[in-house]
Design a protein around this ligand. Sequence first.
Ligand code: IPE
Ligand code: IPE
Ligand code: MG
Length: 262
Amino acid sequence: MSLEKLLAWIPPGHPDEALARQVAFDRLPAHIAVIMDGNGRWAAQRRLPRVEGHRNGIQAVRDTVETAARLGCRVLTLYAFSVENWKRPAAEVRTLMTLLKRYLRLEIETLLRNDIRFRVIGRAEDLSADVRRELDSAVARTADSHGMLFNIALNYGGRAEIVDAARRAVSEGIAAEELDERRFAGLLYTAGQPDPDLLIRTSGEMRVSNFLLWQIAYAEIYVTETLWPDFRRRHLLEAVLAYQKRERRYGGITSSHAAVAT
Ligand code: IPE
Ligand code: IPE
Ligand code: MG
């Protein structure tokens, strides 16, 4: 919500304070989307099983959610499980689902305290009944929150989302000539939300892995070598500061060149 909100949470004199003071609060990304990657590599570096990486990724989720909410970011989307992630060993998938349930149970009070509204994007209907119950409960309990919207992308695929939107257009009987970009965006899982301004990917991979394909058309991409379990408030603030140094053109020309061009 503001510098004050952020500073109230940072111990005085902590190095993150200087970062927080550099943020231009009038130019915050309205929507930050994060591809949380590198849990397996974090574990491998420590000769631990991959699931230990996932377990240690939870603190990164907590830090990111609270930092984004205190900053005053309107929407945060975290990519937690892709439609392709079912290819992983069954035991790893099971652990990921168990961790998700535990996270929701433990964090619901923090979400409420921070006025955060929780939403799921993806084909949630294919998740097991116990996971769906936990998700539905978190969505219902935070439905009256008016602060940051926190989307978790679960069993999510960007292409699947576009196909689902096309199917909806057909089933709702929308005529071809009625369909334009604005109308189509309203059929996506993220209907009514601003597109991501900032897309963060941890652990250095330079790809989008089927994440928010439609919505990231003009997102600023920030890739950090930091592995997800090591990602903290500081890293999110650094990403926001880097974003604020970018010049967004949307296919146009820079404002400094505009004077010359006319
Ligand atoms: C991200 O970490 C978590 C999920 C995709 C669920 P990974 O498990 O992909 O970690 P790496 O990429 O193997 O290091
Ligand atoms: C993307 O990470 C999916 C999530 C973060 C949930 P992956 O680790 O699955 O992506 P690839 O396989 O490296 O592209
Ligand atoms: Mg990965």
